[in-house]
Design a protein around this ligand. Structure first.
Ligand code: UN1
Length: 504
């Protein structure tokens, strides 16, 4: 038995995942920490997915009639269960996704936060009333539950992104079918077990309100293509989104896509460089550069470039890299070998384009021959080359310079992706321009903080190849409901709109 095996089983059993499940099939689950095999799970066939979606549809028919505040009560109790198991679930996230302990816990905190948000929302699924042009009439909008919500999530936020979707979907009256990344199915099974524990003690909720399907591509496709899945909310690569989007559109389903980012930080001459160094460091190397919001580009004013890059290199050189469960380490492993190869090939291309690479090499190979720890890289580029414009899911920070703010904004926007962006500046004219219609074209634009680590209260998502979807806070809930426009006549006449007369 490996080290990971020893520690993970009590965690899983505490969270309600039975021992038998862990050796039920052929899907190998490995820990990025040391490459140890954590489980061999059974997968769902296309036919299984069909059955599961049908069960979800049955749940929908019951759940849609349960009053929304009562639906909120279920999510409140789920939030309580998450609070009670925060440590265990957070640690499991670290094992399976390789993120450092505080980030694993932070991810569970995002789940708790979205549950709290959804509970409040359950009494605020507001529609408008609208003035009618006809006498004795009134108009209103009513929001109704939508139907089965399919959630496809990525390895890097194996539990929070599901919770963003599930908490809102369930409060909005919908069941959820979740297809987690095949790299992180155990955390999904743990969330499902916790949810079921809460559901079992809840009066008036149907079975199968939340279900998990485990598998690879064909399992995901079966979910995407099923006409009973009213909304497919998918988080992952742009390549995945390009396939999911048209498939769902073909059957007139709805999609919510949260795809790649190529997030930049602009550092202006007036910036507080202490803040900038800290903000960039967390956003560029946190989660080993494997957040969709990770900072991948630094666009720095020529006058402060040398100083800032020198300070960043100093900070990078001091980064504690290693086992994410060991207190003090700030950078854990890449998720797997293919992520490592992707990083090395991006660095090789950047070198070919004239880039000067600092860091980026594999470390700790002796201690962890089957895991992939790297020194985060800083790459000074001559311009925004093809490699820079491509999202590589690894800790690479490309450095570009600028001289005018317009030039900086143009560089920031001149990539195919549009998720997150930030400016460090104390010049109000610059920061406001950056946030204005002619500024950042991203879904997230920040001032004097980094690109990652968004709170759940805001809508999360981005433009262009990022897919256009918005999840989590603000009014993102509307994606999980259908809108009905109602016109009510309380008069004894039947006037037609637009003044049309149609009398015989
Ligand atoms: C993701 O990487 O898919 O803003 C989500 C953040 C986190 C969520 C990231 N709250 O970095």
């Amino acid at each position: 038995m490996t080290q990971s095996d020893v520690s993970i089983r009590p965690l899983l059993s505490r969270l309600g995942v039975s021992e038998a499940v862990l050796s039920a099939g052929n899907l190998n689950v490995r820990s990025p920490i040391d490459g140890a095999n954590l489980a061999k799970l059974a997968t769902h066939s296309v036919a299984d997915v069909d059955t599961i979606v049908k069960q979800a549809q049955t749940a929908f028919l019951a759940w849609r009639s349960v009053p929304a505040p009562r639906r909120g009560e279920l999510i409140r109790l789920f939030g309580e269960a998450l609070r009670a198991e925060k440590e265990a679930l957070g640690e499991l996230v670290s094992y399976e996704a390789g993120k450092i302990r505080v980030e694993g816990l932070g991810e569970v905190q995002e789940m708790i936060d979205i549950c709290d948000f959804a509970v409040g929302l359950s009494r605020q699924l507001y529609g408008l009333t609208i003035a009618s042009e006809r006498p004795g009439h009134r108009m209103l909008e009513t929001w109704h539950p939508l139907g089965v919500v399919g959630v496809i999530s990525a390895f890097n936020f194996p539990v929070a992104v599901w919770a963003w979707n599930a908490a809102l979907a369930i409060v909005c009256g919908n069941p959820v079918v979740w297809k987690p990344s095949e790299k992180t199915p155990l955390t999904a099974l743990a969330c499902q077990a916790l949810f079921e524990r809460v559901l079992a003690n809840f009066d008036g909720a149907p079975a199968n309100l939340s279900q998990v399907v485990i598998g690879e591509r064909d399992t995901g496709e079966a979910l995407v293509d099923n006409p009973l899945v009213a909304l497919v909310s998918a988080t992952g690569s742009t390549r995945m989104g390009r396939e999911v989007g048209p498939r769902v559109a073909q059957r007139f389903g709805r999609v919510l896509l949260e795809l790649g980012g190529n997030n930049a930080v602009i550092v202006a001459p007036t910036a507080d460089l202490d803040l900038a160094v800290r903000g960039i460091l967390f956003a560029a190397v946190g989660t080993a550069g494997q957040r969709c919001t990770s900072t991948r580009r630094l666009i720095v004013h020529s006058s402060v470039r040398e100083q800032l890059v020198a300070r960043l290199k100093k900070a990078y050189a001091a980064l504690p890299i290693g086992n994410p469960l060991t207190a003090g380490n700030l950078v854990g492993p890449l998720v797997d070998e293919s992520a490592f190869k992707g990083m090395q090939s991006a660095l090789a291309s950047a070198r070919e384009e004239g880039g000067v690479v600092f860091g980026g090499e594999r470390v700790l190979a002796d201690q962890f021959p089957n895991a992939f720890y790297v020194k985060p890289a800083i790459v000074e580029m001559k311009g925004q080359s093809a490699t820079v414009r491509h999202e590589t899911f690894a800790p690479i920070l490309y450095v570009l310079s600028y001289d005018t703010i317009d030039e900086a904004i143009a560089l920031q926007n001149d990539v195919p992706q549009g998720l997150s962006s930030a400016i460090f500046s104390n010049d109000l004219r610059e920061t406001e321009t950056f946030l204005s219609a002619v500024g950042s074209d991203c879904g997230i634009a920040n001032v004097n903080i980094g690109t990652s680590g968004a709170e759940i209260g805001g809508a999360f998502g981005g433009e262009k190849e990022t897919g256009g979807g918005r999840e989590s806070g603000s009014d993102s809930w509307r994606a999980y409901m259908r809108r009905a426009t109602n016109t009510i006549n309380y008069s004894r006449e039947l006037p037609l709109a637009q003044g049309i007369r149609f009398d015989v």
